[in-house]
Write a protein that binds this ligand. Sequence first.
Ligand SMILES: *Cc1c(COP(=O)(O)O)cnc(C)c1O
Length: 368
Amino acid sequence: MTVPPDPVRFVDLGAAHAELASEIEPQLLEAMSTARFIGGAAVDAFESEFAEYLGAPHVVGCANGTDALMLALRALDIGPGDEVLVPAMTFVASAAAVSLVGARPVFVDVDPSTCLIDLDRLERAVTPRTKAVVVVHLYGKAVDMDAVRRFAASFGLSVIEDAAQAHGARWRGARVGTLGDVGCFSFYPGKNLGAYGDAGAVACRDERLAQSIRSLANHGRDSHTSHSRIGMNSRLDALQAIVLRAKLTRLDRWNEIRRSIARRYDEALRGTGCTPLDRTGGDDDVYHLYVVRVRGRDAVQSALRADGIETGVHYSTALHQLPAYDADLSLPAAEAIAATVLSLPMHPHLTDTEVERVVAGVRRCVRA
Ligand SMILES: *Cc1c(COP(=O)(O)O)cnc(C)c1O
């Protein structure tokens, strides 16, 4: 009897650690024995290395990606009575952060071929209360930031980039997260740049905004004894910074591997009933997720699971239809996407054999 092979993992953080172990384990032990856990040299070094990588004048580390968005919104003075435009297809945190600062997310439908915010619909969603737009570089693909900036300038809105899925992605050569007023990153373990726990960061050009974010993230503190505003406790810790520094040196190479896996999937899935998203200009895409649209998605996902292939669904419900929002709206593209998207295994430690198993499995399951 032959033993079935191990499943093809959707993400494989163990394989990533194996690559990093000899480099970071001594540093983590050293940091533990010196007991400097919050802030310190590793955090300062990571902030400046990530700023340099992005080409952003300022980076402020924080506790997670949701806090990064909340800090950006609060620093831009967005709160009760304000409206913020948010795509209806994204991770819930893109909108929850808006709600958590007391403002109202206004859901905008997405483009059915890319799943990114539909730029033609932005203008119609503007009201006198609109203060900002949160653009999400969903699945690792940059939104057209020229169009977003033109739109925002013509209505006097702030632009917040949710780059939680797009570390290293570019728009016309510039890294995403540097193209709006504030760029927000999550380092949740499964992201392209992931910590060993929760972590996040905010990038911006304006020095006063950066200072304001740093103070808000540290209890609203301006000096050791003075607190001018009610802030949060949202700081990056030293152990996470050690991990992030090591992974940052590998990010471009890992993203290049993701792109080459995506090219193989693109080519192999042509003519099957599985339609990859439109990733025209995909050279700057970092494929946090490789998403296809397929009819009978749930059945295809079960068949793949039985075949030893792990997949994901991002996301099974458009935000306006979540119980948390339950908005009386019809956003047909986001709703159709929620019913048909399937994310195939995608991480930089997938082997060629595993990629071929995914391709063969998809061909079998979609035909069946
Ligand atoms: C992961 C993610 C977030 C939230 O990040 P956390 O670190 O989990 O708080 C926000 N937006 C998007 C698009 C994400 O994928």
